[in-house]
Design a protein around this ligand. Structure first.
Ligand code: HEM
Length: 394
């Protein structure tokens, strides 16, 4: 602030030959954020399409082209494991079977999945959580920690070397571990942050993709409409701007998250005696007292499928409803308020990019499973029978 009173409302500074501008002009800020939005980026681009393409290309390669059945849900869980570890550690674990994948990486991916399943199972039992943890669980935790710590230490070493060289050797892309190492050298802190994001971002995005493709395999009309929308690309890979402009694709993703909100059930514990506006009295229309320590679970899936809110066709998959729909607290796939999902844009970009590349590579998709959708609800929502399909290449 002091610099602005000295140099004016907008001024430039120079650091290692990179010019940097500083401004407090509201019109400038508005131009960068809104009116001239397309001219501006974030500098560090958290979601990097070139890196994503490497993983999506492996996904496309893993899909059979001879009409045989494939479980896309399994492939999507591998895809998001690969893309998330690449973003977080600077190196992918290669769950989609990239050449040269090490035994260590395979063990990490398996241990992460197994430990997560055990923790979720334990949280559902009536006895204390720790009673449910067996030797195998603790062994998996140890393996996970060792694996992640290798990358944490690498990032801290890189940081130290970087400081000596006055910051001239920055990695070319955004890597979470390196960014965290700029702020702390506490290994456990960095490890916990990385695992937190891996947990929050991996299954959720895989769930969104699995449900969307499960639906598309049963809705050739929506598949064709999407292919028509993205045909403008030809064989070119989509840019950020193009992804943002695919309106029908957004409507499809919105509708998928409405019918299949990946975080379907959530809850909060009262930190003090409090009152909810509704739920009390004979008719449930009076305020409801909640005592400190009590838990309230809220079922987003129930809200999203409510006929009262969305009409009689609430249970139907209708992307077109988003042409006019502007819900607020009635639509919360990413939660709301100060703890809203911080990975929303990343997830939607990854899902959109993957779907566009699938649409470009395959002419049609066909369900290879007649059983009705059955939920598999762990921490997030997946499909019990998977997303079994056959795809016809272009
Ligand atoms: C379709 C994909 C996703 C969905 C539906 C989703 C949904 C949510 C929801 C409902 C919450 C709130 C949880 C709560 O407070 O009870 C949340 C929080 C969070 N999400 Fe996501 N998420 C997705 C993808 C991602 C991705 C890709 C990342 C990271 C790259 C991410 C990072 C986080 C983090 C760090 C939080 C915790 C924020 C906080 O507590 O302040 N999410 N997400």
């Amino acid at each position: 602030m002091a610099e602005h009173s000295k140099y004016g409302k907008t001024f430039s500074s120079s650091l290692f030959s990179t010019d940097r501008w500083w401004t407090v002009e509201v019109d400038n800020i508005k131009a960068m954020l809104a009116t001239n939005f397309e001219d501006w980026g974030l500098g560090d681009q958290i979601s990097d399409l070139e890196t994503l393409e490497v993983h999506v290309a492996r996904l496309l390669k893993a899909i059979p082209r001879d009409g045989s059945t494939v479980d896309l849900q399994d492939l999507f869980f591998r895809l998001t494991m690969d893309s998330a570890t690449d973003l977080l550690f600077g190196e992918s674990v290669g769950a989609l079977g990239a050449g040269g994948i090490s035994e260590r990486n395979v063990r990490f991916a398996a241990a992460f999945t197994a430990a997560q399943a055990k923790a979720i199972d334990a949280s559902r039992q009536i006895w204390p959580t720790s009673w449910c943890f067996d030797r195998a669980f603790y062994k998996n935790v140890e393996l996970i920690n060792e694996f992640v710590d290798y990358f944490v230490r690498k990032a801290i070493r890189h940081r130290a070397a970087d400081d000596e060289k006055a910051g001239n050797d920055e990695p070319q892309r955004f890597i979470f571990a390196y960014e965290l190492a700029k702020r702390t050298t506490d290994v456990i802190h960095i490890r916990s942050e990385l695992l937190n994001i891996l947990l929050a971002g991996r299954d959720t995005t895989a769930g969104l993709l699995s449900h969307t493709l499960f639906t598309l395999a049963r809705r050739p009309d929506v598949w064709s409409k999407l292919r028509a929308e993205i045909s403008i690309l030809g064989n070119e890979k989509p840019s950020y701007q193009q992804l943002r402009d695919f309106k029908y694709l957004h409507m499809v993703l919105n509708e998928s998250l409405r019918l299949y909100p990946v975080v379907a059930v959530n809850g909060r514990e009262a930190l003090r005696d409090t009152v909810l506006p509704l739920g009390g009295g004979e008719d449930g229309k009076s305020p409801l007292f909640i005592a400190k320590g009590e838990t309230v679970i809220y079922t987003i899936m129930g809200v999203h499928r409510s006929k009262e809110i969305y009409g009689d066709d609430a249970e139907e998959f209708k992307p077109e409803r988003w042409e006019t729909l502007v819900p607020h607290w009635e639509y919360l796939p990413f939660n709301g308020g100060p703890r809203i999902c911080i990975g929303q844009q990343y997830a939607l970009t990854e899902a959109s990019y993957t779907i566009v590349r699938l649409l470009q590579s395959f002419e049609s998709i066909e369900a290879r499973d007649e059983t009705p959708w059955t939920e598999q609800l762990t921490l997030t929502l997946a499909i019990d029978q998977g997303t079994k399909v056959a795809m016809q290449p272009v």
